[in-house]
Structures are given as structure tokens and as C-alpha cells.
Ligand binder design. Structure first.
Ligand code: ATP
Length: 240
């Protein structure tokens, strides 16, 4: 049976003012896949995620989710349809407790039993968050904040999770924990993952497919292992 497409971008142009940062991006994210988008600083990786989540409008091209165009669909409605963005810098609310931060991810969901069950899932996977559930977000380490940011996104019942540099500035052990969480979200809940990373090896180690973005264009789409083994591509676009 054919794999369904979770997200499809077709000639997407988007950016800031007169100056597009994406110059016609084509991208297919299969349902249940982990797709890593890699590329140098300024390649347009964050812009790509902002455009998919609806924070930035497209000036040309189209984004489809499960075959339906997202043109004109506002951010909140995209979240309800299961597209949830975990932005750079782990934006947890410092004044709120861990538990309150988690609850924010599920504000629009009505069923308290379901919310409690989801919270328990997050705590089970990240016991450090369970221990700190009544502490303020401001007291967490960088790694714990990242776990909380992903946990909060999970609370929204995403179909597709968009992650912007979750490994940035974290110790290798913590990065490994975060990556296993993403693998678990896919395995256990069939969540499709679109992961943007500068940490290329880390991202490719859990991804099925690697996409190289350069100056706002997709220059390669390959099975992750193949991409990692391609010296020429690595030298040209990834700097290692
Ligand atoms: P980084 O890892 O540095 O965030 P990136 O691949 O995510 O890189 P983007 O942040 O998407 O790249 O940036 C793509 C281009 O858009 C760059 O030329 C950048 O300078 C520009 N850009 C990013 N954010 C803005 C903004 N808020 N206003 C104007 N230009 C921006």
C-alpha cells in the first residue's frame, strides 16, 4: 500500500518583506516519517518551519496537509489540524510551573481524562519533568526546557511536529534523550516529524530522509544514511 503524504510543499516562496528566504521549495513529508532538514546558517530552515506553521505567509506556491491546501488557514487552525511547531530557543513560560506549561499545549482540548493521560505519558518518558512538575519553568536547565517544549507540543495531539534546532547548545547525553523522544513519538503515536538541525549527524541518525536546503532551495533529498555518506554533498553544503 502506498504511503500517504502528510505534508507537501510545491514551489513555496516566502520570507521577509521584499526579500524571499525560500525561493520555490518543493518538499514531500510522508506520513509517519522523520525528515531532517539540514543546511548552513541562513539557508532558510527556520523560515521553512514558520511558513508551514503559518507564522509567515507564502507569496507563491502551495502547502498541502493530507492533500488539502493550507492557503489562508491561520496558525491556530493549523494547530487544530495537527501541525504543531516547536520553535527555536525552547520558549517555555518561565513564571508558570512545568505542569502549567504542559497544560498550555492542550488548552483547546476539552477532555480532562485525555489531558491527564497525555501528561502522564510525558512524565513517564521524562522523569526529570515529573520530579519538577510544580517548579517554575525558569528553574529548568536547557535540556529540561527542551523536553518541556516538546512535551507541550505533544499535549496538542500533533499529527506533524515541526522542530527547530532542538539540540542547540545541549550536552550530547541530553541530545540523545531528545532524539529518542522523537523516535518514540513516531513509533508510539505515529507522529510525523520534520526536524531542522545544524547538528547534521545527530539529525540524520534518527531520520529516514535528509533534505539539504541551501540559499532557500532544496538541493538534495536522500535517504538519511546515504546523505551522511555523500562526501561531496557534505563538503558543498554541510561543511564537514
Ligand atoms: P539559522 O540556523 O541561522 O536560523 P536558517 O537556515 O534557519 O538559519 P533562516 O533563519 O530561515 O535560516 O533565515 C533565512 C534568511 O532569512 C536569512 O538570510 C536571514 O537573514 C533571513 N531572515 C531570517 N529571519 C528574518 C527576519 N525576521 N527578518 C528579515 N530577514 C530574516
Amino acid at each position: 500500500t502506498a504511503v500517504r503524504t502528510a505534508l507537501a510543499l510545491d514551489g513555496v516562496v516566502a520570507g521577509y518583506g521584499q526579500d524571499p528566504a525560500l525561493h520555490g521549495v518543493d518538499l514531500v513529508v510522508p506520513e509517519g516519517a522523520i525528515v531532517a532538514v539540514v543546511g548552513a546558517n541562513g539557508a532558510g530552515k527556520s523560515t521553512l518551519l514558520r511558513t508551514i506553521s503559518g507564522l509567515l505567509p507564502t507569496s507563491a506556491g502551495d502547502i498541502r496537509q493530507d492533500g488539502l491546501s493550507l492557503a489562508g488557514v491561520p496558525v491556530e487552525e493549523r494547530i487544530r489540524r495537527g501541525i504543531v511547531h516547536v520553535p527555536e530557543r525552547r520558549q517555555v513560560i518561565p513564571e508558570l510551573t512545568v505542569e502549567e506549561n504542559l497544560r498550555l499545549g492542550a488548552l483547546w482540548r476539552r477532555d480532562p481524562a485525555e489531558r491527564a493521560a497525555d501528561t502522564a505519558e510525558v512524565y513517564e518518558f521524562f522523569p526529570a519533568l515529573a520530579e519538577r512538575r510544580h517548579r517554575a519553568g525558569s528553574t529548568l536547565s536547557g535540556g529540561e526546557r527542551q523536553m518541556l517544549a516538546i512535551g507541550r507540543a505533544f499535549m496538542a495531539h500533533p499529527k506533524v511536529m515541526l522542530l527547530d534546532e532542538p539540540s542547540l547548545g545541549l550536552a550530547p547525553k541530553v541530545v540523545a534523550d531528545i532524539m529518542s523522544m522523537l523516535a518514540w513519538l513516531r513509533a508510539e503515536f505515529s507522529i510525523t516529524v520534520l526536524l531542522v538541525e545544524q547538528n547534521v549527524r545527530t539529525a540524520l541518525s534518527i531520520a529516514d530522509t535528509g533534505v539539504v536546503l541551501n540559499l532557500g532551495r532544496v538541493v538534495a533529498t536522500r535517504p538519511a544514511a546515504e546523505l551522511e555518506a555523500d562526501e561531496q554533498l557534505r563538503h558543498l553544503y554541510l561543511g564537514f
